[in-house]
Ligand binder design. Structure first.
Ligand code: SF4
Length: 445
């Protein structure tokens, strides 16, 4: 087989980015090559996300573009990930141009299915390869993903989710929770550190429910943070129900575990939370926030919020608005509710909040969060933060950009001190916007 060139486009979350690296590793082992240029590819793969309408529509848009290329020459098109799992019928019916459809638990079958599709196309045969079975066991434990160079690296420590939040497709597209053997995770982390990575983010759909024998997430993250050569450990995305004291103590107390917790709120109204099946109420969530801050007042909190869940009234939205004010998050990802096919909410709760009302709630909450973020960042002026240098700033190659322990973006002029990506530097903050701190290096540490 000639080295067929594969172009991969990734949509959605960090877990999908990780899975793309996993797929690259599997394909490389079977002799496939890669190209960044879609026009030169023999195979185009889209690793898709089904969580939000936006990512979903982008995939359909890209498929429409590819149709034109496929009319002119041989091209195998594959859809991977959550959409492949959730929308298999839609994607293969109606004269679809999709040749291969592979869900998140079936990537080992991808090289074989692609080879068959390429051969069929060369012989002018109509062929479609589908592998969308969910597995109770697949964790890809033995595959080392092709992590690209840079200081940041990711390790998926568990897959799937058992929580069935009523708005979410993940339990259907990625199946039940499975945790990886901790020794395999530690070996992967050691390999990443040996390759020069400085920061490792532990990933899972519900990362803090990790459990393997007597290893829970607190023990796992501590073991990774204890590895020699590591600068920082982060984790995403956790569920508020899984923060035992040992985990809070580890985050607050271990020097290498970043002082940042992403704590998805979704709503702060108890009726809506119950309809969402989030398994906590407002009081319990706020108690957790208190417990976090009692241990370490500087832990940055970020969150996710859905506006306009079915039947949400203005008064109920106000509970969320007030809670955002009360908690004072560093940042929040705020979305309009969008009904996802096959979820509990889609089956039980009509999507009855008008789009204009959802948009208005999102706008008000975004404005509120911007003002909170600005205040929090301005409070950093005059303080010194330790920053892990990541690379050039987005807006100017004459500036460095890095992240603070609390995941704040920090920017400073390059000519102020000799540092390089992967290094730690102390920055005295002199100016702040809602998203960025600006400052001056004290000295490389
Ligand atoms: S915890 Fe809820 S929102 Fe998160 S992946 Fe599981 S079902 Fe989806």
């Amino acid at each position: 087989m000639p080295p067929y060139k594969v172009h991969i486009e990734t949509f959605g979350c960090q877990m999908n980015e990780y899975d793309t690296e996993l797929v690259r590793s599997l394909l490389k082992a079977e002799g496939f090559a890669f190209t960044e240029d879609r026009e030169r590819a023999d195979v185009v793969l889209m690793n898709t996300c089904a969580i939000r309408e936006h990512a979903h529509n982008r995939v359909y848009g890209h498929l429409a573009d590819l149709k034109a290329i496929k009319r002119q020459r041989n091209l195998v098109i594959g859809v991977l990930g959550c959409m492949a799992q959730n929308l298999k019928q839609d994607l293969v019916e109606n004269e679809s141009i999709v040749d291969v459809l592979v869900g998140p638990d079936s990537y080992r079958r991808l090289p074989g299915l692609l080879a068959e599709a390429i051969l069929a196309q060369e012989e002018g045969l109509d062929h479609r390869g589908i592998a969308v079975d969910l597995s109770e066991y697949e964790t890809y434990q033995d595959i080392l993903p092709e992590q690209t160079e840079g200081i940041n690296a990711w390790i998926a420590v568990m897959r799937g989710c058992n929580n069935f939040c009523s708005f979410c497709v993940v339990p259907y597209t990625r199946g039940r929770e499975r945790s990886r053997d901790p020794l395999g995770i530690i070996r992967e982390a050691e390999q990443l550190l040996a390759n020069g990575h400085k920061q490792i983010t532990l990933l899972g759909q519900n990362v803090n429910s990790y459990q393997y024998g007597d290893w829970d997430f607190a023990r796992l993250i501590t073991a990774v943070a204890d590895l020699s050569g590591i600068e920082r450990v982060r984790f995403t995305s956790p569920h508020p129900k899984d923060f035992p004291p040992a985990l809070l103590d580890a985050v607050a107390g271990h020097l290498k575990i970043c002082k940042h917790i992403h704590l998805p709120l979704q709503s702060a109204n108890d009726r809506i939370l119950s309809m969402m099946n989030r398994t906590y109420n407002r009081k319990e969530y706020l108690h957790l926030v208190e417990e976090i801050r009692r241990r370490h007042n500087d832990i940055a909190l970020t969150t996710d919020i859905i506006c306009g869940f079915p039947s949400e009234t203005e008064e109920e939205f106000q509970d969320t608005y007030r809670t955002v004010q009360e908690v004072g998050y560093h940042a929040a990802f705020i979305f309009k509710y969008s009904e996802r096919k096959n979820t509990i909410a889609a089956r039980k709760h009509p999507d009855d909040v008008p789009e204009a009302v959802k948009s208005d709630r999102v706008t008000r909450l975004v404005e509120l969060q911007k003002s909170i973020s600005l205040k929090k960042n301005e409070a950093m002026i005059g303080r010194t933060v330790e920053v892990l240098v990541e690379g050039d700033a987005k807006k100017s190659s004459a500036q460095w950009m890095g992240k603070s322990d609390g995941n704040l973006t920090v920017v400073w002029e390059k000519d102020q001190a000799p540092v390089s990506p992967g290094g730690l530097v102390s920055i005295r903050v002199s100016r702040a916007s809602a998203t960025t701190l600006f400052g001056t290096p004290l000295s490389p540490c």
